[in-house]
Design a binder for this molecule. Structure first.
Ligand code: ZN
Ligand code: ZN
Length: 165
């Protein structure tokens, strides 16, 4: 059995576990061919919830060719669908609690993680975040508000064209 990480992001990790399976005998002329069972696991880094799906009896040689290119196949799709659904359900996800309008017309978002109460603020117009500007200040709601107000008064950046958050 072997497990390897195939993709990671700030919020999710995808690992693939490969275990030897019964050899495949479909191609009689070639005799039994080594096969593997495969499990793809997608894990939320925030709450550790995970989703797994698997395939059985895959020709080992084929899988070894496929594995490095997995991100371009449909193998990761069920996990990606789960990630989209989980983003709205994760108990540790940051929730948008307040927004400030900047002089440039963008918004500064304050998000709070309900479980811990930790707050973060980021500008939707420019790359500024409270964490970048004031890394030494703890992420409570009051400091997030102070940063958001001060930033909103001076940021002239226009809203980013695509808002994906
Ligand atoms: Zn989660
Ligand atoms: Zn800004």
């Amino acid at each position: 059995m072997s497990t390897q990480t195939v993709s990671t992001s700030a919020a999710f990790e995808v690992t693939v576990t490969t275990t030897p399976a019964e050899p495949c005998t479909l191609l009689r002329s070639r005799g039994p061919m080594p096969a593997v069972d495969v499990t793809v696991t997608t894990t939320c880094r925030l709450c550790s919830a995970s989703h797994a799906h698997s395939g059985t009896g895959i020709l080992r040689d084929m899988w070894e060719i496929l594995l490095p290119k997995l991100e371009h196949t449909l193998w990761l799709k069920p996990g990606q669908e789960w990630v989209e659904a989980h983003a709205g359900e994760c108990p540790l996800r940051p929730l948008l609690v307040e927004q400030y309008l900047t002089v440039g017309g963008a918004t500064v978002d304050i998000k709070v993680v309900p479980e811990s109460g930790s707050a973060a603020a980021e500008c939707g117009g420019c790359p500024s975040t409270m964490a970048i500007d004031l890394p030494y200040i703890s992420g409570d709601i009051e400091s997030a508000r102070r940063w958001a107000q001060a930033h909103a008064e001076k940021c002239r950046a226009l809203p980013k064209p695509e808002v994906s958050r």
